[in-house]
Design a protein around this ligand. Structure first.
Ligand SMILES: Cc1cc2nc3c(=O)[nH]c(=O)nc-3n(C[C@H](O)[C@H](O)[C@H](O)COP(=O)(O)OP(=O)(O)OC[C@H]3O[C@@H](n4cnc5c(N)ncnc54)[C@H](O)[C@@H]3O)c2cc1C
Length: 475
């Protein structure tokens, strides 16, 4: 029997790998170490749990610990891996009963990423939260409750949740004014979540538009939507510090803007969790995420990395890229699980396909927009069109803005974005598929997309954008 397959991290990438390996190779011992109590959970649902659309924390679990163990996986919660020794083929683990060594045959590092809060002074104050984990979401929702309510009963997840934190925030006077530091997707989703509780919400964004990776057309539409929904935007405003005596009470920007607040969500980005690999010989890429080959194997044989802590190959550039997202983690984890079980499986490339909801607006982006394409050495040509989402005479037709970007010389499609209120987000998958197939704009223009009045105009918005961009390329 080979030494066990050891997995560090019990969420999307780690458990996808463990489950796949156990299914393909039932006799292989599979051990998963998770430092927290939560496993197999959906970060992505956290804003909707805060908003109240998701009722209880346990609804955000894909599998319970019992279900994972039923799969034959040796799951150890509350166990942090603190060192990796590839020469000895061991990891050092700190668990409830002290420190021990675990040997491995294959090792998967699936440690994810952590929220970056250090650029914002005072982000450790009570009432200032990152949103990266179910305990953060539980604490924020408890804080929003009236102290007369039973916070633990409201949030659920009693077997796993940080009870002390929930009870502490549940006992506090609920906040009335919230600052969201960072206008990325977490910031935008949290603006919607906190507005639903009647808070006066302010979003601070360092650059001139929200959702920067989605491009300007999306950012402007989202800004308009947030303002219409009563959110105050502070664009081109860099938050310098949060301040307060016991709790966060005040926010100050580098440019002098100041605001009294009683809740802050700091969503200024994430950083891959790779400290564990210092000194192991495992190479990191430019972004600090683990460099891997097409099978997710690192520079050290038998050591794999997948998910938010790892790079992948970019579909458009063919270069390594770090885009920490959910499907990427699940897919790469599953591929590594198959590979270590004896069925070599590639992790696939990533196009940075992402969607986000901003109140009524749905946004999508994929591939490279103009700035990214220029940085990658292309000569990008872009075009933004606005058209209807369904036949104009059919109820529910709404304006939809599509941006497509292509390379001038090869006419190859490089990326795109979309925004609109009527099923706009999922339309980005057409562009993602075209990128995967390396299509030119002309080829996309000739794609046989579906049409019927309730779903689309005769010319789908993506086809209209391709037609207009193709014309521009021919000029
Ligand atoms: C608020 C929020 C909303 C999101 N929304 C979306 C979305 O809508 N769409 C999308 O595609 N993506 C979204 N994401 C990103 C998505 O959740 C991640 O890409 C995905 O969870 C990554 O999975 P992972 O397994 O790599 O890492 P994680 O889910 O972070 O899991 C890593 C696990 O490793 C554990 N760990 C770390 N170090 C150690 C150690 N030394 N020993 C033991 N255990 C360790 C951690 O405790 C953690 O449980 C969102 C993320 C957040 C925070």
């Amino acid at each position: 029997m080979p030494e066990p397959f050891v997995v560090i991290g019990g969420d999307a990438a780690g458990l996808s790998a463990a489950s796949k390996c156990k299914r393909e190779s039932p006799d292989r011992e599979v051990v998963v170490f998770e430092k927290g109590q939560w496993v197999s959970y959906a970060h992505c649902g956290e804003p909707y749990f805060v908003k109240g659309e998701v009722d209880r924390l346990e609804n955000l679990l894909s599998l319970t610990p019992a279900e994972i163990e039923e799969r034959g996986i040796d799951l150890r919660r509350g166990h942090e891996v603190v060192a990796v020794d590839p020469d000895a083929g061991t990891v050092t683990v700190e668990g409830p009963d002290g420190e021990f060594e675990q040997s491995y045959g294959d090792l998967l590092v699936a440690t994810g990423a952590r929220a970056v809060t250090d650029p914002i002074e005072g982000s450790g104050l009570d009432g200032a939260f990152p949103l990266h984990g179910l305990d953060d979401a539980a604490a924020i929702r408890a804080f929003l409750l009236d102290p007369s309510e039973d916070a633990l009963a409201d949030v659920g997840g009693e077997d796993f949740v940080d009870r002390e934190r929930v009870e502490r925030f549940g006992a506090m006077t609920p906040p009335e004014t919230a600052a969201i530091v960072g206008g990325g997707y977490v910031g935008v989703e949290m603006a919607e979540a906190l507005s639903a509780h009647g808070l006066d919400v302010h979003v601070f964004q360092r650059s001139g538009y929200l959702l920067s990776p989605f491009g300007e057309a999306v950012g402007e539409a989202v800004a308009e939507e947030l303002r219409e929904q009563g959110v105050t935007l502070h664009l081109d405003e860099e938050v310098a510090r949060l301040a307060g005596a016991d709790r966060v009470e005040h926010l100050e920007c580098a440019g002098g803007t100041a605001l009294d607040i009683d809740l802050a969500v700091v969503g200024v980005g994430v950083r891959p969790n790779t400290d564990l690999l210092d000194g192991t010989g495992v190479e990191l890429g430019e972004d600090g995420a683990v460099a891997v080959d097409e099978y997710g194997e690192t520079s050290v044989a038998g050591v794999y990395a997948a998910g938010d802590c790892a790079e992948d190959e970019h579909t458009v550039t063919g270069e390594s890229a770090w885009v920490p997202l959910g499907l990427t983690a699940n897919r790469a984890g599953r591929a590594v699980g198959a590979t270590v079980a004896g069925d070599p499986t590639t992790v696939g490339s990533i196009a940075g396909t992402a969607v986000v909801k901003a109140f009524e607006q749905e946004c999508g982006r994929v591939g490279l927009l103009e700035d990214g394409a220029r940085d990658a050495g292309f000569e990008p040509v872009g075009e933004t069109i606005t058209t209807r989402s369904r036949s104009g005479y059919y109820p529910g037709a709404a304006e939809t803005a599509v941006t497509l970007v292509a390379d001038r010389e090869s006419e190859r499609l490089l990326g795109g974005s979309i925004v609109g209120t009527d099923r706009a987000a999922v339309r980005i998958d057409t562009v993602a598929t075209a990128l995967e197939a390396d299509m030119t704009v002309g080829e996309l223009e000739r794609a046989d997309l579906a049409y019927a009045p309730p779903f689309s105009p005769v010319w789908d918005p993506i086809l209209v954008a391709a037609k207009v961009l193709n014309g521009k390329l021919k000029d």
